[in-house]
Design a binder for this molecule. Structure first.
Ligand code: PLP
Length: 385
């Protein structure tokens, strides 16, 4: 039986056709007026998505480059730094920090849980030195937890007003009410291939005014990823190095797309899908990894009841239904499955996935699940469509 391919991984994601089209246009030079107009639209168009009053920097490299840049542009070699580790991407921040710096303080959070803000502030108080900066994921993609960034930003601002707050929003900026200014974030990074609905290949970073001043005085060596170069270039709607011209056009098209749909509606679509999918998975006796209050609107992790279920569900979705979902990462490898619902995804796409799960589970467990997940899903989603 033929099925349309459906990419439900937490990056890369399906891409809107209009974005795909501009990316395929003939090449233009990057030192031209035509490119400057595109770059201006791209830098400015991302501002509301990040809640930034400054232009958002764009890098021709994957999301991890912006993670690394957000460390080497904020921290001096002898600074103390705190990293919240709640999954594979928190581990990545830790590894980058340990590559450059020796005073790295790790706050471990059990995988599948959100950071406890009060416990984290107590942890900072217990350290021998005040940290220069705190690093956290916004959504920890490997567990599908959305951390309470608003509460964390406000608690840091209250207790440690001089500490910089740096947030990895790669897997949720574009789908959540991110607001750098309101939430006292100094650097908010993201990537193109997740909620921003573009192909892989670009990274983004928004920054506060005081972070900009900090970038100019930090001594840690860096060249390609020196934020000062990108900020200076952006002032002239330019780039320090050859940019991915096609993807800049994609960013400009994305900005139009969001403006037309209304950003609040884009955000709401992700939350409705999240709530519907969670109701469906519960109805299918597929336990959820994360509690409702910390569930990300971009990715959902569930825990099949046996290793056979883990592999059978993932393989059958792909081989029989042409649906790609993701497995676990790091210590959750082989234990969980993750359904991405970000990028160009709508309520019908997830309905298709839920109905495929019903058929697979009915065979696997020798009892009928037909209609159970889809009913629960539609009961949630019907109020919004
Ligand atoms: C995907 C992701 C990254 C890394 O992005 P790459 O583009 O693979 O370098 C970083 N952080 C989070 C939270 C992510 O989901």
């Amino acid at each position: 039986m033929y099925h349309h391919p459906l990419l439900l991984t937490p990056g890369p994601t399906p891409i809107p056709e209009r974005i795909q089209r501009v990316i395929q246009e003939p090449m233009i030079g990057h030192r031209t007026k035509e490119f400057e107009a595109i770059a201006e639209k791209a830098y400015k168009g991302l501002q509301p998505v990040f809640g930034s009053k400054n232009e958002v920097m764009i890098f021709t490299s994957s999301g991890t480059s912006a993670l690394e840049a957000s460390m080497v542009n904020i921290l001096n070699p002898d600074d103390h730094v705190a990293v919240i580790v709640s999954g594979a991407f928190g581990n990545r921040y830790k590894q980058i920090a340990q590559t450059y710096f020796h005073n790295v303080h790790v706050f471990d959070v059990p995988w599948g849980e959100a950071v406890d803000v009060n416990a984290f502030i107590d942890f900072l108080k217990s350290l021998p030195e005040q940290v220069t900066a705190v690093y956290s994921q916004y959504c920890e993609t490997s567990t599908s937890v959305l951390h309470p960034i608003h509460e964390l930003g406000h608690a840091l601002h209250e207790n440690y007003p001089e500490t910089y707050f740096v947030v990895d929003g790669v897997s949720c900026v574009g789908a959540v009410d991110a607001d750098l200014e309101r939430d006292h974030i100094d650097v908010l990074v993201s990537g193109s291939q997740k909620a921003i609905m573009l192909p892989p290949g670009l990274a983004f970073a928004a920054y506060s005014d005081r972070a900009k001043a900090r970038f100019a005085e930090v001594k840690t060596p860096r060249f390609y990823l020196d934020f000062n170069k990108y900020i200076a270039s952006a002032e002239n709607n330019s780039t320090p190095f050859t940019p991915n011209v096609s993807l800049y056009k994609g960013v400009a098209a994305y900005a139009d797309f969001v403006a037309e749909q209304g950003f609040e509606n884009v955000i709401q679509r992700h939350y409705v899908i999240r709530d519907g999918l969670r109701a469906a998975l519960k109805a299918l006796d597929l336990p959820l990894l994360v509690k409702d209050e910390y569930a990300s609107p971009t990715v959902t992790a569930f825990v099949p009841t046996s290793p056979t279920e883990v592999s059978t569900i993932k393989n059958e979705l792909l081989n029989r239904f042409n649906i790609t979902i993701a497995g676990g990462q790091g210590k959750l490898k082989g234990q969980i499955l993750r359904i991405g619902h970000l990028g160009q995804i709508d309520t019908a796409d997830i309905l298709q996935c839920v109905s495929a799960l019903e058929i697979i589970l009915s065979e696997l467990r020798h009892e009928s699940y037909v209609g159970k997940g889809t009913t629960a899903y539609l009961e949630v989603v019907k109020a919004y469509v």
